[in-house]
Write a protein that binds this ligand. Structure first.
Ligand code: NAP
Length: 437
């Protein structure tokens, strides 16, 4: 069988590992595909850069020519442009595309999947969510006959490493972030990770795929972890919780705004017995609840050149096999549901609230009155004696766990608590997922 020509756009952390495996494992790959792969061009910005293990004659800055001569295009350059234009061009040429570009897909998933469908080719993207962990194919194919109700994932290794070190070593946020940067888990500019935006891109992709509706990153409610303090982590531990940055995608039938979809990313308390609570270090995991399958968990390395290359190679084998067999590309119109994206205010949740209060009679009654006025209720209240301040006033730490209510009602309750004269400060507010042990 004639070799299949593969053009690679980008040769950085992931691309270098993908190119090495196409070259070094070609025989094994050919057995699985039914034809050998031939790396025909590698598009980069700077062709003079030293790239050990890469054949310099393949390097080019001419992406259009590289795409025109290819059977399969692998996009590993990242960013929105020129990646988007080049992927569109490859699809229009009738080439299937493999990409790891979560930022691009989170903004343009519907458009790009429809373009692949129209062209009768595939746009594979297993590496765009949770690196090496097979999650796109299980959600899109294996569970296609089931109904996915909820996905909850730890999909950003940097933030999981930071929160895990704060929990297990008692480190502060800055120390944990600095160490993550030194170990290569965090970028020099950690904003996308720490701010939750990287996880939000993955949530948008997972929600789109799981619920057959176009969900973009703009639909995802995002809160990052920069405000998490050692005190919050210690309080969580005392109560049988761990704090994790969670991406939650779910179908909601009974929100205060009616039925619809919710996609959100925020740090939350998770009961320590929940499977996701055991995910340590920079690892990722995705927990799925489906109607017939029940609970499923997928766990592994969510980033890094080699793990991500594994997912990219899997996609390459898949599209190459299809090319050899002459099969059609996309198998379904990706988005046939026109669903409402629900605002966070309408979502039912639970809060853990920590207040710094004046330690005197009547405080608990004042706090309880606010809850009752707002239509919220307290599941648990725990008070510990705090410090005496410079004016000789005795303080207490009051930890409140709420029953489930809408985010809007709980937010309103916290605002009113902050205005009470007996409340010196609202020290922390964090949502809860899962039960304490
Ligand atoms: P990277 O190390 O920054 O490499 C990017 C590559 O693309 C470089 O070779 C660069 O060329 C080339 N490139 C960038 N802009 C270009 C342009 N305008 N024209 C031509 N070439 C261009 O990126 P990466 O970490 O490998 O990530 C690649 C993709 O994989 C991204 O979408 C990322 O989100 C995704 N991903 C990465 C990981 C990971 O662990 N790194 C995990 C999952 C997904 P030069 O070499 O000449 O600069």
């Amino acid at each position: 069988m004639q070799a299949l020509k593969v053009a690679m756009l980008g040769c950085g952390v992931v691309g270098t590992e993908v190119a090495a495996r196409i070259q070094n494992r070609n025989e094994a790959l050919a057995e699985r595909i039914g034809a050998p792969l031939e790396l025909s061009a590698i598009v980069v910005r700077d062709t003079s850069k030293q790239r050990p293990g890469i054949d310099p004659s393949l390097l080019t800055t001419d992406a259009e020519t590289a795409i025109a001569g290819a059977d399969i295009v692998i996009e590993l350059m990242g960013g929105i442009e020129p990646a988007k234009t080049l992927i569109r061009s490859a699809l229009d040429h009738g080439s299937s595309v493999v990409t790891a570009n979560k930022a691009l897909l989170a903004a343009n998933y519907g458009e790009l999947m429809s373009a692949a469908d129209t062209a009768g080719v595939r746009l594979e993207h297993e590496a765009a969510v949770a690196g090496a962990i097979p999650i796109i194919r299980p959600v899109g194919d294996s569970l296609a006959g089931d109904r996915i109700d909820r996905i909850m994932g730890i999909v950003n290794g940097t933030t999981n490493y930071i929160l895990d070190q704060m929990d297990s070593e008692g480190w502060g946020f800055d120390e944990a972030l600095r160490t993550a940067q030194e170990l290569g888990f965090a970028e020099a500019d950690p904003t996308a990770d720490v701010g939750g935006h990287d996880a939000a891109a993955k949530a948008a992709i997972l929600a789109s795929l799981a619920f057959h509706a176009p969900v973009t990153i703009d639909d995802v409610h995002v809160e990052g972890i920069a405000g998490i303090t050692p005190d919050m982590v210690a309080t969580a531990r005392d109560q049988g919780f761990v704090i994790k940055l969670l991406a939650v995608c779910e179908r909601v039938s009974d929100s205060s705004a009616g039925a619809g979809l919710s996609a959100r990313v925020y740090p939350a308390l998770l009961g320590r017995s929940h499977p996701l609570a055991t995910v340590r270090g920079a690892f990722n995991a995705v927990f799925i609840e489906a109607e017939a399958a029940g609970s499923l968990m997928f766990y592994g390395q969510g980033a890094g050149g080699e793990p991500t290359a594994s997912a990219v190679l899997g996609d390459i084998v898949s599209v190459a096999r299809r090319k050899v067999l002459g099969g059609r590309g996309q198998y379904e119109r990706p988005f046939h549901k026109d669903s409402t994206i629900l605002p966070i205010s309408a979502i039912t949740t639970r809060y853990h609230i920590t207040l710094d209060v004046v330690d005197r009679p009547g405080v608990l009654a004042a706090v309880s009155e606010v809850f009752s006025d707002e239509g919220a209720s307290i599941e648990l209240m725990r008070q510990t004696v705090g410090e005496t301040d410079d004016q000789g006033t005795q303080h207490a730490k009051l930890v409140l766990a709420t029953h489930s209510n809408t985010d809007a009602i709980l937010r309103g309750t916290v605002e009113r608590l902050g205005g009470l004269s007996v409340v010196r400060a609202v020290k922390s507010v964090i949502r809860v997922e899962g039960q304490a042990q």
